[in-house]
Design a protein around this ligand. Structure first.
Ligand SMILES: *Cc1c(COP(=O)(O)O)cnc(C)c1O
Length: 376
């Protein structure tokens, strides 16, 4: 039997055709033909925001830290349960990360703890929407206004997910989305910086264009472009943009398929969760669940056994982040506020296969295998 993979390469229908087209004309590459087509697809999701396609969400976060002039001694507040890129962008510029515990409901940063973390050195709060499930951005915005802080959304996993009807990433001062191959809409590798606060638009543009005012030149505002700031090469390359464009054209199908898988898992595993073998995300989140489907089992040992059992039956499953506050670098430079929710999620969370090639039969087989594990 063929192994059921946890994830798979995103579907591509016209990619090879796009690449052939791209290589037929130097001006298409130079003119960023596919990046421009991607912007046309993406802009309607963000209305008035300024969008910049990057080589990764990691790169997009670095542009933000750069645009905010984050420096030695500054503090940033973020959840401990996130990917290293969220913290690295700021830590690499000398900031002290202040890690907040998560709440057990959505595994997002626990907003009740945030005000306790704020000091005179705090510059920004980075809200990670775990699994694409939104943080309460209204509450976070109020806290940021009160203390004059910048609010950043790490919406890396959140394309297609909303808060009060608005696409995540498009609500705080800045947002980032990832189009990595591990995410549900993919450029193979890529990201998006979303600049929502007008105040930062020019600076981020210059940093993005390797510290030049190239975008003014492109618009015909200046006769030539020159070095105006520090910056780096953060752009997405055209091969990735061609792949992303292909994926964006079928994004509704991709998202729908993943929602269907989520619903099947949820209804197939509901009775086991009612018997308290594990926790699942709240039913109210299932209709909009796109990025991943996870269980939070009772102990690290149980997770180890379940994942080994699944593996034996040809099913790949994955856990997720190691808490940043207890990681080597986190202990060296960070602070932590909270109790043990991050630790618990880190030890007990197991993600089930979720990708476009997954068939209904396979999902049913995975459900049955989990049932067998708990019922025998
Ligand atoms: C994937 C991910 C990132 C990094 O995205 P890349 O595009 O791989 O750089 C950052 N933050 C979170 C929460 C992620 O899930």
């Amino acid at each position: 039997m063929k192994k059921i993979l946890f994830n798979n390469i995103g579907k591509s229908i016209n990619y090879l055709k796009h690449v052939e087209h791209l290589f037929s004309d130097y001006d298409l590459i130079r003119g960023k033909h596919f990046s421009n087509l991607c912007y046309e697809e993406l802009q309607p999701h963000f209305l008035n925001s300024h969008l910049l396609l990057t080589h990764s969400a990691t790169g997009a976060l670095e542009i933000i830290a750069h645009a905010l002039d984050i420096k030695n001694g500054d503090e940033v507040i973020l959840p401990s349960f996130t990917f290293v890129s969220t913290v690295n962008a700021f830590a690499s510029r000398g900031a002290t990360p202040v890690f907040i515990d998560i709440e057990p409901d959505r595994l997002n940063l626990d907003i009740d703890l945030v005000e306790r973390a704020i000091t005179s050195k705090t510059r920004a709060i980075i809200a990670v929407h775990y699994a694409g499930h939104s943080c309460d951005l209204n509450r976070l915005k109020k806290i940021c206004e009160k203390h004059s802080l910048v609010l950043i959304e790490d919406a890396a996993m959140s394309f297609g997910n909303t808060f009060e009807g608005k696409q995540l990433g498009g609500i705080a001062d800045f947002g980032v989305i990832s189009f990595d191959v591990t995410k549900h809409i993919s450029a193979v590798q890529g990201g998006l910086l979303i600049v929502n606060n007008e105040k930062y638009k020019i600076r981020t543009n210059n940093i993005y264009h390797i510290g030049t005012n190239r975008s003014d030149f492109t618009k015909g505002i200046v006769p030539y472009y020159e070095w105006v700031d520090v910056g780096s090469k953060y752009q997405m390359n055209e091969l990735n943009a061609a792949f992303l464009y292909d994926q964006l054209k079928i994004k509704d199908d991709i998202i729908q398929k993943r929602k269907t898988i989520s619903k099947s898992y949820f209804s197939g595993l509901k009775s086991l969760s009612e018997l308290e073998h594990f926790l699942m995300m709240n039913e109210s989140l299932i209709d909009s669940n796109i990025h991943e489907f996870y269980l939070v089992v009772k102990s690290e040992e149980d997770r180890h056994k379940l994942s080994a059992f699944l593996n034996e039956k040809g099913i790949e499953s994955m856990f997720h982040y190691i808490p940043l506050h207890s990681a080597t670098k986190g202990k060296e430079i960070g602070r932590f506020i909270g109790s043990n929710e991050t630790q618990k999620a880190s030890e007990r969370l197991l993600r089930l296969p979720m990708h476009n090639e997954l068939t209904e039969d396979e999902v049913e087989y995975i459900i049955q295998t989990i049932r067998t594990y708990y019922e025998s």
